[in-house]
Design a protein around this ligand. Structure first.
Ligand code: SF4
Ligand SMILES: [Zn+2]
Length: 1015
């Protein structure tokens, strides 16, 4: 006989998925009824149900719900109509979970397990099997041995478990014992060992600093104590999560209490009569007790009201006993429990006699990547120089030398005849050099654009003079330029890297190649997710449902031609759209009528406007019109016409919700496949979409939902993890799976190669991105174009959507062009408001929001190292800003207001300020209209201070150098000392030391007088 193929182990059971769905719906209904503004995440069980049902559907070849909203729509269908086979679930085909938008009685029954639904179901099944077997063999001792093992050994070395199973009592239950344990998780292994806890014998896991190892069990009596380290290679088993929660944690109190009573010489039995109660004291007319380890007294009260343990008739007394850990950890535990359990419902008791022998609870411890490949030529250059040049002193590295020379080459080729001092003006984009250049070459813009892409990292405009000096100090043999007496670059015959001129020409004139995306999919195996703060583990199983063959973007540059279209053609397109609406039974948009209301006028040769019957779009065309004149109508109809004529269009709109709505509406018309280019904040987009489409009162699902399939929160990979809570929306490890090596050092794992989730090409979450591949209409926002990268799995080359859209589109339509222009200006201006009343004031605004969020969440987010780093950095930035303001206030009353005078309202940087300071201290105080004599900048004190200050600017916290280091220390002290006097003393001290250090005649006096003037 041929065995039917067995289900893969990762396949969720339909029973669990349906119970989770029902439980999730009940919670969601509660939240919706509360009337609070919609917020993600969805209830854990609802999210888990989506992920699990997706895996089930894929395995069966059935369609999976795209989003939670679609899942709720599915819940309105009777189970018999579901395409997903739910065999094994105790539901009737004509039952549904929602009816008229409300949870049904079936939903209430199925969803009665509210918390860790899956865990409870599995725990019940396993315990039932253990009980049945022990009963059938009349072996209560086996049952007790099983429970004791689970309590005493939440983690156990593989060899030790084998040894324990040789014990005859346990041997009977060997299968069940093996089912109770799973392999230790990936994140528990590092340095070749797995660490256990001395307090509870469970596992210790790393915190997000990758160094601190703590017990994973929140109820552990000694979570900081180290236990045995087991070699990872020998294997360690870990008790399943639900057994740790429901058996181990409460069980510790059971064993402890039994021990304590046993020592009093009284007869005590654990779990007598196959768990009739937890403990029975005295052989005759026993006192029985149910021992509870619930952390929350109100939740425990609810459970006691629902289900109190059954007391056998022989028992003289019965107690509910609360573990000492819980009573101590929660103020007024017993009082609150009594309050929540009205008399007659249950009688909790807390017996001093029992607690007397219980161990004291020990205190818990206090608790951008670059898109372009720019290194090919740099590597060639560096190699060519290798055997000819070893920089010493201030001489630049070969790479730096090449950058400087490339700047000079740029100057030579776009602004011939200008001196080398003009280079910063070419690169910073603030000033126009063109007035000084009579006839720039035709390709000047290309050269400048390439140069800015190549040199932006290494090229600070304000440091240019130094770079140039350093360049000129390199031996002539390796340099391509010298400067003529006027400071203009002149080429030299060079014997090293003789091809450099061809290389530079290529770098500045040819499109810079894109960097490769380099996507590797994760093979089956164990990974850690670098998208989670603590690097949680996930095992990618064998035989996941295969993904369809991926379609990749065609990102070749289009040849574009002017587009000509008669008004009549547009009217016909509009008529076709009206017909499509009518046929589909949608309410009419009156496209034709609205278009007929629009009059097209074009600019004539004499700059007047005249009526026209043809619209011609050749390169850039501005369309102007009053508000509500029909411009957006024209955009829609024009797009439909263009899509129907095999053109590819990108429309730019103001926000993501508008893009989703437009994509939805446009896709209804023949020949249009529209998809939104979404920004990266999925949580925000989904929340906004929910708020824009609220369900009718008393309902859970909007009446005609759109867009939710494109902001899905599904993560089917999450469903293969053995967890009761889903990952947060932003934690999905789509391209953040790092293969684990149990022997790797603890904090080195994040350096491993990132792999992509094998479900990427199927997963609902990336539907919007995949749809863009085949869409002929893209609808984007300025932000999504500029900031969102085309996902690696859909393109071999790294680029942002802006570039992709430009390459593929025949037509770009920008709605509200002036607004979009302003957005782009804002995005690219290298300026940012930090403080002030406006919403853009970065430090003030973010500071306020972070504080509010931390407060609202009981500071829970500070668990994450990234958040901790961020808040510390933010606080320091704010302190620094406050000190600067204080300084400026004082400057107002100082003679000459030196600092305020140094601040050029249009342009100032740390460099310009320090430059003024160095100049001032070296005795070249600028008075209006007076310039120091030429050559002043060779002053040794000025040069020395500048060099030191530059080192400090480059690395304000870790600068090295005679003055810079002290300055860095001083800056740190200024930020941490709260007392103004202490801060002033520190500055005074630093200045005194500096005066001693620099031996310039007359220098002391000036420095100190400057100082006393400030404070
Ligand atoms: S692609 Fe991302 S969201 Fe989808 S299953 Fe994989 S990890 Fe989860
Ligand atoms: Zn522990």
């Amino acid at each position: 006989m041929i065995e039917p193929p067995s289900d893969p182990p990762w396949l969720p059971t339909p029973q669990v998925a349906v119970a989770q769905l029902a439980s999730g719906i009940l919670k969601y209904a509660q939240q919706t009824a509360s009337g609070d503004a919609f917020r993600l995440p969805y209830p854990a069980n609802l999210q888990l149900a989506l992920d699990r049902l997706t895996l089930l559907a894929w395995h069966q070849g059935a369609p999976a719900p795209a989003s939670v909203v679609e899942l709720l729509q599915l819940a309105q269908e009777p189970f018999g109509d579901w395409k997903i086979d739910l065999t094994g679930t105790d539901v009737d085909p004509d039952e549904a979970l929602l009816i008229y938008g409300r949870p049904t009685a079936a939903c209430e029954e199925l969803g009665s397990l509210r918390g860790d639904v899956e865990g409870e179901i599995r725990e019940n099944a396993l315990l039932r099997a253990v009980m049945d077997k022990s009963r059938a063999h009349n072996a209560p001792q086996s049952y007790i041995a099983f429970r004791e093992l689970l309590i005493r050994q939440p983690a156990i070395a593989a060899m030790e478990l084998d040894a324990r199973l040789a014990d005859p009592d346990l041997a009977l239950l060997a299968d069940e014992v093996r089912q109770a344990y799973v392999e230790a998780p990936t994140e528990a292994m590092a340095d070749g060992v797995i660490r256990t806890c001395g307090g509870c014998s469970g596992l210790r896991l790393p915190l997000d600093d990758d160094r601190t190892w703590v017990c994973e069990d929140e109820t552990c009596p000694a979570p900081g104590t180290a236990g045995t380290d087991h070699p990872a290679s020998e294997g360690v088993w870990w008790l399943r999560r639900e057994l740790r929660t429901f058996i181990t944690a409460p069980g510790r109190a059971e064993l402890r209490i039994a021990d304590a009573i046993g020592k009093l010489g009284v007869s005590v039995a654990l779990w007598p009569d196959f768990d009739a109660c937890d403990i029975a004291v005295f052989a005759e007319r026993p006192w029985v007790a149910d021992i509870k380890a619930w952390r929350n007294p109100v939740r425990l009260a609810r459970r006691l009201r629902e289900r109190l343990f059954t007391v056998s008739p022989e028992a003289e007394r019965a107690y509910v006993v609360i573990g000492q850990e819980q009573v101590k950890a929660h103020p007024r535990y017993v009082a609150r429990l009594r309050q929540a359990c009205p008399p007659g419902t249950a009688g909790p008791a807390n017996r001093g006699g029992l607690r007397g022998g219980v161990h004291r609870r020990r205190e818990a411890p206090g608790g951008g990547r670059g898109m372009r490949q720019t290194n090919t030529i740099r590597n060639r250059f560096t190699r060519a120089l290798r055997s000819h040049y070893t920089p010493t002193g201030d001489q630049p590295s070969p790479s730096r030398l090449m950058d400087t020379e490339l700047c000079l080459y740029l100057l030579e080729t776009v602004a011939a005849g200008q001196t080398a001092h003009g280079v910063p003006a070419l690169l910073d984009g603030y000033r126009a050099l063109w007035d000084a250049v009579p006839s720039p070459p035709a390709d000047a813009m290309v050269r400048l654009a390439n140069a800015r892409a190549l040199l932006w990292r290494s090229q600070r405009p304000y440091g240019w003079d130094e770079l140039l000096r350093a360049y000129l100090s390199a031996p002539e043999a390796v340099r391509g330029y010298h400067l003529d007496p006027l400071g203009r670059p002149v080429r030299r015959q060079c014997s090293v890297a003789t091809n450099r001129w061809a290389w530079y020409e290529q770098m500045l004139t040819e499109p810079l190649p894109f960097a490769a995306t380099g996507v590797w999919f994760a093979a089956p195996g164990r990974y850690r997710m670098s998208s989670t703060a603590r690097g949680q583990g996930v095992t990618v199983p064998d035989n996941l449902p295969p993904a369809p063959a991926p379609a990749l973007h065609d990102l070749a540059v289009q040849t574009r031609a002017p587009i000509e279209i008669t008004w009549q053609e547009l009217v016909e397109t509009a008529r076709g759209m009206d017909a499509a609406d009518l046929e589909a039974g949608r309410s009419s948009h009156r496209w034709e009528e609205r278009l007929q209301d629009v009059t097209l006028q074009i600019r004539l040769a004499d700059h007047t406007f005249g009526d026209a019957a043809t619209l011609c779009i050749d390169r850039i065309l501005h369309m102007v019109g009053m508000v509500s004149v029909g411009k957006s109508t024209l955009v829609t109809i024009l797009t439909t016409w263009a899509a129907q004529h095999d053109l590819r269009i990108t429309i730019v709109v103001g926000d993501n919700s508008a893009a989703l709505r437009m994509a939805h509406e446009l896709s209804r018309y023949d020949g249009v496949v529209a998809a939104p280019v979404m920004g990266q904040n999925r949580t925000r987009h989904a929340e906004r979409l929910h708020r824009l489409q609220p369900p009718a009162p008393g309902r859970l699902v909007p009446s005609e939902p759109y867009g939710f399939d494109l902001v899905s929160t599904a993560c089917p990979l999450d469903a293969v993890r053995d967890k009761g809570t889903p990952l947060e929306v932003r934690e999905a490890p789509c391209q953040h799976l790092i293969e684990t090596d149990p022997d790797a050092p603890v904090d080195g794992w994040r350096d491993g190669t990132r792999r992509t989730c094998p479900l990427w090409h199927r997963c609902q979450r990336h539907e919007a991105a995949r749809r863009l591949v085949t869409a002929n209409v893209w609808i984007a926002t300025p932000w999504s174009l500029v900031h969102t990268p085309v996902p690696g799995p859909l393109s071999h080359e790294q680029m942002r959507y802006l570039e992709a859209a430009w390459r593929r589109s025949d037509l770009f339509l920008v709605d509200e062009a002036d607004q979009v222009q302003a957005n782009l200006d804002e995005m690219f201006a290298s300026a940012q408001v930090l403080l002030g009343p406006s919403q853009e004031a970065w430090i003030d605004e973010i500071g306020a929001r972070v504080a509010e969020k931390l407060r609202a969440t009981g500071r829970a987010p500070v668990r994450s190292r990234q958040i901790r780093r961020f808040t510390t950095a933010l606080n320091q930035a704010r302190s620094a800003a406050d000190i600067i303001y204080q300084l400026l206030q004082r400057d107002r009353v100082r003679a000459g207001k030196p600092v305020l005078n140094w601040l050029d309202p249009d342009y100032f940087t740390a460099w310009t300020l320090f430059n003024s300071l160095a100049k001032d201290w070296a005795g070249y105080t600028a008075t209006k209209g007076h310039r120091p004599d030429p050559g002043w900048d060779n002053d040794p004190l000025y040069k020395f201070l500048r060099e030191q200050f530059n080192a400090f600017i480059d690395e304000p916290t870790g600068a090295s150098g005679e003055v810079a280091e002290g300055l860095a220390t001083l800056a740190e002290a200024q930020l941490s000392d709260t007392e103004e006097e202490t801060r002033e003393d520190a500055v005074r001290q630093w200045l005194t030391e500096l005066s001693d250090q620099v031996s310039s005649p007359g220098f002391d006096g000036e420095l100190v007088s400057w100082f006393s003037g400030v404070w």
